[in-house]
Write a protein that binds this ligand. Structure first.
Ligand code: BG6
Length: 497
């Protein structure tokens, strides 16, 4: 049976930069169903040829070494464009005719890549035009909803209600591109594909966990959206909390969408809300210097571009273990990493090599990007120096074990999974709502007047002082172990403990 992918927001940036290159790569790898068509739907008038030419240029630029003119030619034959008004019912009648030219049944995957304000309209119009109802034994009708999924618990709930009015949960794919990253999925492999970590993975052996998603870019040309979001909504509600659930969840009985998501939901249910009176103690927020001068930003903007949180999971495995989360724009390096800091030995019986200040050594660094891999740090005997010891790293890098270029773009995997009906790497409705409930609590603290001040920080640094004091209060410090520069692991100089 034919499959048709309809991308609402077909002339937009996401389609050009991410979706079409990902679909092209899947096509090139012969992973897409056949026969298949992709329809770009947007307001801007354009011909099919102009649409194809624009996307061809973008794909050629994004994967120059993998661009195969013949494969692109075949792929481009599947692309077409429809100009239409998202609010106008006649546009959906046109779309219906375009989807099923001969009136034959087709599988449909709709991708909502428009401004989020249009999501309810598109869902409603698709329902009214009978484009999304599934019949028993008939073709599938699925929808991928791009982030942001709401801007707080109330709006996320309303959007879930709107979707559930027309669709079953298993037709809905709420995307979080972090879950499409190989290294994020590797957290599951690490934890549940090996037996050696499990006995250590709990409050008895782990001192704390750090999750950092640092970016060097600023707000770029997205001020319109970012001004209404800020880093808490843009990065924490989705990407950071998803990483947290993968680190903290219990092993699922099997790897399927329901089992995985049930376990993640349990973690989010156990996530302790930060009450307003503790907001100052457990959170920090900042704005990079120069943000208010960016194009489209209100000169008096108090939107945060950096945040750090100290959170707790109230269950048997994690009781009392702090999870420190931070993310920001215009920081010193682009780096996403998870640090599992193990407890230190009860006493230090060996001499430490001169100059080594770090005694709190055992940690596992999971490098999500850009230097995908893992480091395990432990103390080793310094040769030929009596019983002196110093920290060393055992390292695994994807590039060494699997070759450079082995890691595909997150959207490749996610689009394929949606086409195959596997929602394991997509957020379920209840998961999204629980994440918003937690983030709404943090925002309430910030808005209560008891929260941390909005500190400014210099671009190219690791953020405001408040972020560091969150850990320093407790004799800890942020780590940054995942270096994109191979073979240059500097010894971290944390404070002596
Ligand atoms: C997006 C955010 O979800 O993730 C952006 O909206 C951010 O603000 C981006 O830049 C980061 O993604 P990645 O894959 O580059 O870490």
């Amino acid at each position: 049976m034919e499959t048709v992918i309809v991308i609402f927001g077909g002339s937009g940036d996401l389609t050009t930069r991410k979706l079409i290159p990902a679909l092209y790569n899947n096509f090139r790898k012969k992973r897409l169903p056949a026969p298949m068509r992709i329809i770009g739907f947007s307001r801007t008038p354009a011909t099919d040829d102009a649409f194809r030419a624009k996307l061809g240029d973008a794909v050629r630029a994004s994967v120059p070494s993998e661009f195969d003119a013949q494969a692109w030619g075949e792929f481009a034959g599947c692309l077409s464009y429809q100009a239409g008004d998202l609010e106008n019912t006649s546009s959906y009648a046109d779309l219906a005719r375009k989807i099923s030219t001969a009136g034959t049944p087709v599988n449909c995957l709709y991708y909502l890549a428009t401004a989020p304000g249009f999501y309810p309209v598109i869902i409603g119009r698709l329902g009214a035009a009978n484009l999304i109802a599934e019949e028993k034994g008939g073709p599938y009708k699925r929808i991928i909803v791009e982030k942001p999924f709401g801007r707080d618990l109330a709006t996320a709930r309303a959007l879930n209600d709107e979707l559930h009015r027309i669709l079953h949960e298993d037709q809905i794919f709420r995307i979080d591109h972090y879950l499409g990253k190989e290294t994020v999925q590797n957290v599951l492999m690490l934890r549940f594909g090996n037996a050696i970590f499990e006995p250590l993975w709990n409050r008895n052996q782990i001192d704390h966990v750090q999750i950092t998603v640092a970016e060097t870019v600023g707000v770029e040309r997205r001020a319109g959206y970012y001004e209404t979001a800020g880093v808490l909504r843009d990065m924490f509600q989705n990407h950071l909390l998803q990483l947290l659930t993968l680190v903290a969840m219990e092993p699922p009985a099997v790897v399927d969408a329901d089992s995985l998501r049930n376990e993640k939901v349990k973690v989010l249910t156990a996530l302790r809300e930060i009450p307003s009176e503790y907001s100052l103690r457990y959170s920090s927020r900042g704005q990079y210097r120069g943000y208010t001068a960016e194009e489209g930003v209100d000169p008096r903007s108090v939107t945060e571009t950096y945040a750090a949180l100290q959170v707790y999971i109230d269950n048997w495995r994690w009781q009392g273990v702090p999870f420190y989360l931070r993310s920001g724009k215009k920081l010193s390096e682009k780096s996403s990493e998870i640090i599992i800091q193990f407890r230190r030995p009860p006493t230090q019986i060996f001499d430490v090599q001169a100059g080594v200040t770090e005694l709190f050594t055992n940690h596992l660094s999971i490098c999500i990007q850009p230097d995908e891999g893992m480091h395990l740090r432990f103390m080793a005997k310094v040769p030929d120096q009596g019983m002196h010891t110093r920290p060393v790293d055992m390292e695994f890098h994807y590039r060494d074990s699997f070759g450079s270029g082995a890691i595909p773009e997150a959207y490749e995997r996610l689009l394929l999974d949606a086409l195959q009906g596997d929602a394991s790497l997509f957020a379920r409705g209840d998961e999204i709502e629980l994440a918003w409930r937690f983030i709404d609590g943090v925002r309430r603290g910030w808005e209560s007047g008891d929260g941390p001040p909005l500190e400014t920080y210099a671009p190219g640094t690791w953020g405001p002082e408040g972020g560091d004091s969150l850990l320093a209060h407790e004799g800890r410090w942020w780590r940054h172990d995942c270096s994109p520069h191979p073979h240059s692991p500097p010894l971290p100089a944390g404070p002596e403990r």
